[in-house]
Design a protein around this ligand. Structure first.
Ligand SMILES: [Ca+2]
Length: 580
């Protein structure tokens, strides 16, 4: 595997760009060869059909790599011993980049192996997933796999390609949630992460043991509003969390997009986010007010005295920002503890029932997330914290335990990986590439050295300007694409790892800039990106040059309306109305 870091030179970046184009144009032709070219005697493709591997795909929503201890963030926000088992017993990928850093679009890319502009799910505002298109679960189902998805779906239309689907409508609720079981609405008592794991284990116990399976366990946590399992409310014992170096970022050195967005701790974070909001009349606390009286009492016991102390302190300015960051990290890491514990239950089941040896276990998130960096929460940006998502894979006999990969991989590659592992041909229309050679520790020489990124949803919610870009191991060229306000930024991650100063237009970067601009053009052609972005890609709200719109109205962009059971921003089960 490669270990490229920030040592690339301008010349290397140029060579990289050219190599990438060659690799991309050759991809369709080599897909069949990739499937057939396994030279490893343990290749699952050469095993009898009955030995095809099971796939357990564990996916979370907005889980920052900084909040997985295996990733070694300097702040050490939380211990995740169970998640770390996957890295310890398998491979940790340090540069898994998402195609479009937002929930629905990421999920659509995972199952189709295609970018948003081709799979049709561009944003969470007006996109609906076309379930008639080719997906990897459908192909595995057709090849004899049992298929199931349990937990968050968020693609607006009913799931297709799954024998069993037990999903949350829309964003879902943390406490005592409503779920939909193959089209039927069900009320589930308990905490959402526990329920998803319970249903996952129940499905495993009742499955047909004569056939391989694909099991997708999709957590709601740790999505906003970061509502913890009540048993973990005091788990951090009022720890004071270290702050990220960019917590007080004032966006100097960057253009209007970083100044105009509305996803910051200072101004955007609400009383519901910080748990300062009062309980709803006749309902409990929390975003959806669904706590039982006993649960409410536990909630109040934790939050009430701390909220009273906060109010007495009358904090302002940066001190208030610091308090909100601490509360945010408390709640966020507590939801992560719930994930960690429940992933451990699933891993234990696989181990104890002899399934681990022939089961690929993946842990990933639909995107990364800001845990206070740049004063942000949320995602969307091409910048590191939201572009990079955790990805860890365990497959005994194929993946060497305790290994780390630093190649550029993507959620664009997941479908192709699972298909190749199952011995199912990868359709030529899929745009990623199987990770199986990387699993084996043998990255092909023509592996991608640059990556195309796209983000469309605008202006509501969060007012992050649509942008596209190209990312290499060292550089990042960003092209903001709001009509009439287009501009570029360029970052050198070797000299500016926190991406604080755009060097676009600087003399020293003239050649780098020219090469990256050419590479962006080449990648867009290779990935069939429309020359002009249709306005519907941005969502329901009109684009007016960014002067008005959704800024300041975060979390309220959901369109009320009749949804099918797989949707639900405006469903009648208490859907949140959020689009993020
Ligand atoms: Ca998400």
């Amino acid at each position: 595997m490669t270990t490229q870091t920030a040592a690339a030179t301008t010349a290397a970046a140029t060579a990289t760009a050219r190599a990438t184009l060659t690799a991309l144009t050759a991809l369709a032709a080599t897909t069949a060869a990739l499937v057939a070219s396994s030279d490893n005697p343990k290749s699952p493709n050469q095993n009898p059909k009955s030995a095809r591997p099971n796939i357990v795909f564990i996916f979370s929503d907005d889980h920052a790599y900084a909040a997985i201890s295996a990733y070694g963030d300097a702040r050490h926000l939380v211990d995740t011993p169970q998640l770390d088992r996957i890295a310890k017993e398998g491979m940790r990928f340090d540069r898994c980049l998402v195609t479009n850093s937002i929930c629905g679009p990421s999920r659509a890319t995972v199952i189709t192996g295609k970018y948003s502009h081709l799979n049709g799910f561009m944003n969470n505002t007006n996109s609906r997933f076309d379930g008639s298109q080719t997906t990897f679960p459908k192909l595995l189902q057709a090849a004899g796999y049992q298929t199931a998805i349990i937990g968050k779906w968020h693609l607006q239309t009913d799931p297709t390609g799954y024998d069993t689907w037990k999903i949350l409508p829309g964003q879902g609720q943390y406490y005592n949630p409503t779920m939909i079981f193959n089209g039927k609405k069900v009320s589930m008592p308990g905490y959402v992460t526990d329920i998803i794991a319970d249903l996952t284990l129940d499905w495993l116990k009742k499955r047909d043991t004569t056939r391989p399976f694909l099991l997708m366990m999709h957590n709601k946590a740790p999505h906003r509003h970061w509502e913890p399992p009540l048993r973990y409310l005091d788990a951090d014992h009022d720890r004071v969390y270290p702050e990220p170096p960019t917590l007080m970022d004032d966006y100097t050195g960057r253009g209007p997009a970083e100044h105009e967005n509305d996803m910051n701790i200072r101004h955007t974070m609400t009383d519901e986010d910080t748990k300062l909001a009062k309980s709803k009349p006749g309902k409990g606390a929390g975003k959806d007010g669904r706590l039982t009286p006993a649960q409410q009492a536990e909630w109040d016991k934790y939050y009430d005295p701390r909220n009273a102390a906060f109010r007495a302190a009358n904090l302002k300015g940066d001190d208030l920002v610091r308090w909100k960051y601490q509360r945010y990290m408390h709640d966020y890491t507590a939801t992560v503890r719930g994930i960690d514990e429940n992933v451990g239950r699933v891993l234990d089941y696989l181990d104890k029932n002899g399934l681990s040896d022939n089961t690929i276990v993946i842990y990933s998130s639909d995107q990364g997330f800001y845990t206070g960096e740049h004063n942000w929460f949320d995602k969307r940006w091409i910048f590191e914290e939201s572009l990079r998502t955790p990805f860890m894979a365990r497959w005994p006999g194929v993946i060497k335990p305790g290994t780390v990969n630093t190649d550029i991989v993507s959620n664009l590659d997941f479908a192709e990986t699972f298909l190749e592992a199952a011995g199912v041909p990868v359709p030529a229309e899929m745009q990623g590439r199987s990770l199986l050679p990387l699993f084996r520790g043998a990255t092909p020489p023509d592996w991608r050295k640059s990556f195309y990124y796209e983000y469309y949803e605008y202006p509501s919610p969060h007012h992050v300007m649509p942008h596209e870009g190209v990312v290499t191991d060292r550089y990042k060229l960003v092209h903001f694409i709001v009509p009439g306000r287009e501009y570029y930024e360029l970052f050198d991650l070797q000299t500016d790892p926190h991406e604080l100063t755009s060097v676009y237009g600087k003399f020293d970067y003239k050649t780098v800039q020219k090469d990256l601009e050419a590479e962006l053009t080449r990648l867009k052609a290779a990935y069939k990106v429309p020359a002009t972005i249709p306005p519907r890609f941005f969502g329901n709200k009109s684009i007016d040059g960014g002067k008005t719109g959704g800024g300041g109205k975060t979390g309220k962009g959901g369109k009320k309306g009749k949804n099918k059971s797989g949707g639900g921003d405006g469903d009648d089960t208490g859907g949140s109305g959020e689009t993020d």
